[in-house]
Design a protein around this ligand. Structure first.
Ligand code: HSE
Length: 428
């Protein structure tokens, strides 16, 4: 006999939790049609019941203890939207062990302990889904696991942080400097009071770790990801990039190469014609290269109440269908390879180098020979003689090993012809 109702518990009632509640309310009749089962929110775990009373039709569903949810055998799906590692980890673990499926939007937890939780779901014959943990409303986890399963994924390139994309877009479109664009992002609520996780690339790093694990079937955690944020990008670099036909984006990149997995987050100069270059404002996009499909791009809203609720509810629907059809327990650990992680020094790229140099005969030759002695070939040089008696040089290198460009820069910065530190940005 088929189950007539599926009951869920929400853990957390912040922005995304509120969105999930709203979607559940407005989709109720449709959900009956789509699932042929009644999907009900039985509990919402909150810290302070009073604060949320007027947000729900039935205040009885607001509870402050997880134990009552765990002990209720009628709860089929736990939707975790609290974020952070604890107590989210303990709650999810206990729910899975109690035979309840879990849907979560928690990227920090999945990027750090996803493998362990997936195995736990598998052992307990329940589901663990986390579409909303990567790029908010954009479907990417399910496409990587299902629609693109026939591919050997070669690379994933994403703009997966809306805050930094908003800041860089403002700098590009309106000539703002970093501080001004950050201040505007904060005022409009795009950037958090402490923007570190976004602007230093940590948020994007967690998302690319999750995507790389699924795409390459080999465990990649956040600590494997090389991260470099956007705080050192200046209006000047954006202007040079524009003059050269490029835009600067914070790119999360994962490549499966013969020497191992390359996984990093850093600013990158992209040709204006690249599909990711036109992803502006707070939008996100993920560009996947698979051996059969070739290039495919996913684009949309990477955060926000309703877009993220859309991803959460998609997972809830899919789990509810499985429960209804009595085939719960499809979660399998997709990791069956053990590919080493490539050190960033061994990755290759072209580079943009901007430096202030002494303006006198022989300087260019000295700089060129330092690059040459370190196996770095130069593709393009732009010189401007604007800063007092010094010149500003922008050099674009050919595709070289990161350790070679870093060695060359160390020597250049300690030489008498280069003033201060050089700016180095990777080029697509
Ligand atoms: N802070 C993220 C962003 C959204 O700016 O895109 C949540 O991952």
């Amino acid at each position: 006999m088929s189950q007539e109702e599926i009951n869920v518990a929400l853990l957390g009632f912040g922005t995304v939790g509120t969105g999930v509640y709203k979607v559940m309310q407005r989709q109720k009749p449709e959900m009956m049609q789509k699932l042929d089962v009644s999907l009900n929110i039985r509990y919402i775990l909150v810290r302070n019941v009073q604060r949320h009373m007027d947000k729900v039709e039935d205040p009885e569903i607001l509870v402050t203890s997880f134990d009552s949810i765990l002990a209720d055998p009628g709860i089929d799906i736990v939707i975790e939207l609290m974020g952070g590692i604890e107590p989210a980890y303990t709650y999810i673990k206990s729910a899975l062990e109690a035979g309840k499926s879990v849907v979560t939007a928690n990227k920090d937890l999945i990027a750090e302990r996803g493998g362990e939780l997936i195995q736990l779901a598998e052992e307990n014959h329940v589901e663990l889904r986390f579409e909303a943990a990567v790029a908010g409303g954009i479907p990417i986890i399910s496409p990587l696991l299902n629609s693109l399963a026939a591919n050997e994924i070669r690379s994933i390139m994403g703009i997966v942080n809306g805050t930094t994309n908003y800041i860089l877009s403002k700098m590009t479109d309106e000539g703002m400097d970093y501080q001004e664009a950050l201040a505007q992002a904060t005022k409009l609520g795009y950037a958090e009071a402490d923007p570190t996780a976004d602007v230093e690339g940590h948020d994007a790093g967690r998302k690319i770790a999750i995507m790389a694990t699924i795409a390459f079937h080999s465990r990649v955690t956040f600590k494997d990801v090389y991260t470099e944020g956007i705080t050192k990008i200046t209006a000047k670099d954006i202007a040079y990039a524009k003059a050269l036909g490029w835009v600067i984006k914070l790119i999360a990149l994962a490549r499966n190469t013969r020497e191992g997995i390359e996984v990093k987050v850093h600013p990158m100069l992209l040709p204006e014609t690249h599909p990711l270059s036109s992803v502006g404002g707070s939008y996100n996009a993920v560009y996947v290269d698979g051996d059969a499909v070739e290039d495919v791009m996913f684009y949309g809203k990477g955060a926000g109440e309703m877009p993220t609720a859309s991803a959460v509810m998609g997972d809830v629907f899919s789990v509810a269908r499985r429960i209804k059809d009595h085939c719960q327990g499809s979660t399998r650990d997709y990791v069956y390879r053990n590919i080493p992680i490539k050190r960033v020094e061994n990755t290759r790229s072209a580079y943009y180098v901007r430096m202030r140099v002494e303006n006198k005969p022989g300087v260019l030759a000295t700089i060129a020979s330092i690059f040459g002695n370190n196996s770095v070939s130069i593709e393009q040089v732009i010189q401007k003689n604007k800063i007092e008696n010094d010149a500003e040089l922008v050099i674009i290198t050919s595709n070289v090993k990161e350790r070679h460009i870093k060695d060359a820069l160390l020597i250049l910065e300690s030489s008498s012809v280069v003033r201060g530190k050089a700016t180095m940005i990777r080029v697509y």
